[in-house]
Design a protein. Structure first.
Length: 188
């Protein structure tokens, strides 16, 4: 049986990424416990009767949104997270979920992926987006370089990178957003 399972895993990993479907399991409790729902495609209205505290991601990157139709302050994840509240300050309600452009990039968000420049060790996001809009440099207060650096680090980590090596602040209509974010595998 183990040999058959290993053969199946080997065959699946030999497929191109586009042939492998994304899959994830969401859990009511932290630590991948409690009632669970397996997800393998976009769902604009989950209608869950519990809050989601953890997610196990088998393949792909996923956008989690607290409101139906992929609205609200959405979160893009590419790896399993045993405690969404502690790791990402996730509020709990999960109303919509969908796979997003794979490979740790693409900027996430609705519609077509935002342009990025991706290499083997880094990815450049000229105007980072999450959910349905630009990423605020400091969502909880005045925009400072330290706060923007922490926000850029979280943005990169949500896309499978280690940290941000560079970020700028861009003001548009009196709102301050991240710009020119360079996500990297090592360093920071």
């Amino acid at each position: 049986m183990a040999r058959l399972l290993a053969l199946g895993v080997a065959l699946l990993s030999a497929l191109p990424a586009s042939a492998q479907s994304a899959s994830a399991t969401i859990y009511r409790d932290s630590g991948f416990r409690g009632p669970a729902v397996a997800i393998d495609r976009a769902n604009p209205n989950l209608r869950l009767n519990f809050q989601v505290q953890s997610i196990r991601i088998a393949r792909g990157n996923w956008e989690l949104c607290p409101e139906p139709n992929f609205r609200g302050r959405c979160l893009i994840l590419g790896e399993s997270t045993p405690d969404l509240r502690r790791t990402y300050n996730w509020p709990g309600p999960l109303q919509s979920i969908r796979p997003v452009n794979g490979g740790g990039g693409g900027g996430g968000g609705g519609g077509s992926p935002k342009p990025t420049l991706r290499g083997m060790a880094s990815e450049f996001f000229p105007a980072p987006t999450q959910g349905n809009g630009r990423v605020l440099a400091c969502p909880n207060g005045n925009a400072t370089s330290n706060c923007a650096a922490a926000t850029a680090d979280r943005f990169c980590q949500q896309r499978g990178w280690r940290a941000s090596a560079h970020e700028l602040l861009e003001t548009v209509n009196r709102r301050v957003y991240l710009a020119d974010v360079l996500c990297v595998r090592s360093g920071g």
